[in-house]
Write a protein that binds this ligand. Sequence first.
Ligand code: FES
Length: 124
Amino acid sequence: MPAFTEHLFVCCNRRAEGHPRGCCDPAGTEALRNAFKTELKKRQLGPLVRANSAGCLDQCELGPVVVIYPQGIWYGNVQVSDVPRIVEETLVQGRILEDLRILPEQLNCRGGAAPASGNPPGNP
Ligand code: FES
């Protein structure tokens, strides 16, 4: 079988209500991941493109979070309604959706602000 062309890791982490960092899947339904699976199947992009459920990707404040490899494209505040255009624009056309993109300087900043110290993030 040929290698995968892309892997989407869709955060499906769930935390107790009221947790200060929130979580990407408060309902615990994996609705976002399931929407990607459905869209990939509909577009006949499987099995070379795969949407995997992921645990916390440590970008909780920017969630729901999806990261696409091998490109290393991070998307935040991703809604089920965004799934078709992510598949079409990013996976098929190769374009980054700037309205969803988490910029490199926002990663690992616990809220999107650049770290003052440059210290790595703690554990989720
Ligand atoms: S809960 Fe999704 S990135 Fe942490």
